[in-house]
Write a protein that binds this ligand. Structure first.
Ligand code: COA
Length: 260
């Protein structure tokens, strides 16, 4: 499929999705959300892809939010549907994706942009990045999971403050509060993501998919995470990756995982 608003490139097992609306600071409009959905569905089936990174084009923004021009005239009904559709099509899809998804935050990550980064499995930021959920300054609240995922990552008090003040925090502050895992220069951002991706790719992709399910279970209402962990742990014993991983250890050689 040809995309208008995103670019998909590959560096071996790492697929890089770049949101490409630099004149609008990569704001997430409906079409971009649909294209991202489509891209993720394609990547799920591509067995050569082991890790996915999302970034923004240009040097100024990762994503400066949902596209405000698209919802300025919305009704109550339209607003609810916008949030529900976006969460289902993209944000929940990424959070529950079976392959690791890393956000490479290369500038402003505001509103829906920070929510997109928070739906990813973890985040790396460049030192020029600024992050925030400024929705209350527009008379609305985060609708793509921000009120749920921000407290999970930084704690309730810090999330309350960031959302209530509609403020922005620097990359260093985001690092200190656990919102991002690393901060680098802008030039070093993608090399760092590649380094992390390469480390991940040495391991069993099946086990990583199981770990994602078990970790996510900790944050789902009505789900017993320990029970999910037991189930996923047990399943690993039936995989070829487990046979290979344990045999390689006992034979003192490097494992070559078949990913099955
Ligand atoms: N939705 C739609 N368009 C957006 C946008 C968004 N969330 N964020 C930026 N843009 C557009 C601007 O309208 C502008 O378009 P124009 O050149 O056609 O007028 C262009 O991107 C550049 O933005 P600009 O505001 O001129 O850049 P800046 O450097 O002065 O300011 C920001 C950068 C990020 C501080 C500012 O763009 C901003 O506050 N954006 C909105 C952030 C926000 O509230 N996001 C949450 C949405 S729910």
């Amino acid at each position: 499929m040809n995309f208008e608003n995103i670019l998909c490139t590959r560096r071996e097992g790492l697929a890089i999705i770049t949101i490409n609306r630099p004149k609008k600071l990569n704001a997430l409009n409906k079409q971009t959300i649909e294209e991202l959905h489509e891209a993720f569905i394609n990547l799920e089936d591509d067995i050569s892809v082991k890790v996915i990174a999302i970034t923004g084009s240009g040097e100024k923004a990762f994503v400066a939010g949902a596209d405000i021009s698209e919802f300025a005239n919305f009704t109550v009904d339209n607003g609810g549907k916008l949030a529900a559709k976006g969460q289902e099509l993209l944000f929940n899809l990424i959070e529950n994706f079976s392959k690791p998804v890393i956000a490479a935050i290369n500038g402003f990550a505001l509103g829906g942009g920070l929510e997109l980064a928070m739906a990813c499995h973890f985040r790396v930021a460049s030192d020029n990045a600024k992050m925030g959920l400024p929705e209350v300054s527009l008379g609305v609240i985060p609708g793509y999971g921000g009120t749920q995922r921000l407290p999970q990552l930084v704690g309730k008090g810090k999330a309350m403050e960031l959302i209530m003040t509609a403020g922005m925090i620097t990359a260093d502050k985001a690092l200190a509060s656990g919102l991002v895992n690393y901060v680098s220069s802008l030039e070093e951002l993608m090399p760092l993501v590649e380094k992390l991706a390469n480390r991940i790719m040495r391991n069993s992709s099946v086990a990583i998919g199981a770990a994602i399910k078990a970790i996510n279970a900790n944050f789902k209402d009505g789900v017993n995470g320990y029970a999910i962990e037991i189930h996923e742990f047990g399943n690993c014993f039936g995989t070829q990756d487990f046979k290979e991983g344990t045999s390689a250890f006992l034979e003192k050689r490097k494992a070559i995982f078949p990913g099955k």
